[in-house]
Design a protein around this ligand. Structure first.
Ligand code: FES
Length: 154
């Protein structure tokens, strides 16, 4: 990276070449997103869904979850977004974090913060941090939806 690099740019021209400020982990999740939901899910495939928009950029994110009603663990977490590379990478990472090792309990998933996602990603450029909030908020909305639908079933 050149000494004259501008740290407020995500992709920049240095010495006539393009270099990226994204970590390798971010790039891996952007180019090979995990758990992306390209087709509309089938009825009953999931038991929670949440959609949120980002006031910072106007992008939208939907997350679908499948919670095991007995263990309250997240068995599946898929997502779709109009958001940017950072939103794709951070939500891909989030979906992996909440479903690995048999799935996180929803009570634990609710405690996750965008900072936890950033840590696993190896950081994001500062003005892209809001993109990781999108997935975090959509997951919270999906968990709320799961809890509310449980209440109405009673
Ligand atoms: Fe909108 Fe990243 S700029 S999600």
């Amino acid at each position: 990276m050149s000494k004259t690099s501008h740290h407020n740019q995500d992709v920049q021209d240095s010495d006539g070449k393009f270099s990226w400020l994204y970590s390798n982990t971010v790039k891996e999740h952007f180019f090979h997103p995990k758990n992306i939901q390209l087709k509309d899910p089938k009825l009953k495939e999931f038991n929670g869904v949440g959609t949120v928009g980002s006031p910072a950029c106007g992008d939208v994110m939907t997350i679908w979850i499948q919670v095991d009603p007995k263990t309250k663990r997240l068995k599946k977490c898929t997502w779709r977004t109009f958001g940017c590379a950072s939103a794709i990478a951070s939500t891909s990472m989030l979906s992996v974090m909440v479903t690995r090792r048999g799935g996180m309990k929803i009570s634990e998933a609710e405690k996750l913060t965008p900072q936890d996602i950033l840590k696993e990603l190896g950081g994001l450029p500062p003005r892209k941090v809001h993109c990781s909030v999108l997935g975090d908020q959509a997951l919270r909305a999906a968990i709320e939806d799961y809890k509310n639908s449980k209440k109405t079933q009673k």
